[in-house]
Ligand binder design. Structure first.
Ligand SMILES: Nc1ncnc2c1ncn2[C@@H]1O[C@H](COP(=O)(O)OP(=O)(O)OP(=O)(O)O)[C@@H](O)[C@H]1O
Length: 255
């Protein structure tokens, strides 16, 4: 492990029962960089980030995942509860699925602060809302999630995931539930905000052009294996693997 690496996957294999979803995957992400995992549906992208977020209790994981030097397999449930939100956080595909329709935006933030034993700080929340371009903070805080558009909900999800300043953020298809113009602006925003906070990001997407828009480096997954890793420029301009070339040809969306 390099001292500047935030996360290291070392020969990681993940199986659900007899099915191997991820096979012998190794890569690392330096602190403060954005790494995109791309590949078609079923290639094992979500399995990889869910394992790193401690969400795969039912799967069998071999190899090592080191988060800031700590092997995550040694973490207790209590350690995970403490880590999530403060040191690591996750942005999911569909924010409306995990925003509580009965809680105001402000209560979502209050719950988060309380869950991590921190006192609620409204000015810090308003600053974060500004950072994600939800500029009318006072009004937004009193709103319920359903009163926000899909793009605004995803900006809110980003704000919630970053408010406690995690060192790493996982984002699993964070824009695929949004229309195309909004997708691009949310990706740009994620890059801007995580850079401003110095957070490391691992983003999962099936769209290699979206990946190149936001990431320093790209890893291409095919049938559970990492078939190519390189800087976004290298992978886009000089793809080495045949499957990467197929992915590039297949992307028609201009994100
Ligand atoms: N909870 C689970 N139990 C059993 N098999 C699973 C489970 N989750 C995923 N799989 C299988 O693991 C393989 C990889 O799935 P995964 O969701 O990681 O792929 P993905 O690349 O993220 O796909 P998508 O883009 O569709 O989300 C697939 O064959 C899938 O059926």
């Amino acid at each position: 492990m390099n001292k500047s690496d935030c996360i290291v996957f070392d020969k990681v294999t993940i199986s659900y029962g007899a099915e191997q979803a991820v096979r012998d995957v190794s890569f690392s992400v330096p602190n403060g960089e954005v790494f995109a995992i791309v590949g078609e549906s079923g290639s094992g992208k979500s399995t990889l980030v869910r394992a790193a977020f401690g969400m795969l209790k039912q799967a069998n994981i071999s190899g090592q995942i080191l988060l800031n030097g700590t092997d995550i397999s040694t973490l207790s449930d209590g350690d995970w509860r403490q880590l999530r939100g403060t040191k690591i956080s996750m942005i999911f595909q569909n924010p409306s699925a995990y925003l509580n329709p009965n809680r105001t935006v402000e209560n979502h933030f209050k719950d988060l602060f309380r869950a991590h034993g921190e006192s609620y700080d409204v000015s810090r929340v308003i600053d974060m809302l500004n950072l994600v371009h939800l500029t009318d903070g006072e009004r937004i805080l009193q709103s319920y999630p359903f009163q926000l558009s899909g793009g605004m909900q995803q900006r809110l999800a980003i704000a919630l995931s970053l408010i406690l300043k995690p060192s790493i953020v996982f984002a699993d298809e964070p824009t695929s539930a949004l229309d195309m113009l909004v997708q691009a602006s949310v990706l740009d925003l994620m890059k801007e905000v995580t850079q401003a906070l110095g957070a490391t990001v691992i983003i999962v997407t099936h769209n290699i052009k979206a990946a190149a828009r936001i990431a320093n480096s790209i890893g291409v997954m095919n049938k559970g294996q990492l078939v190519e890793v390189g800087s976004s420029e290298e992978v886009m301009a000089h793809p080495k693997d045949e499957y990467t070339r197929i992915l590039l040809d297949s992307v028609t969306k201009v994100v």
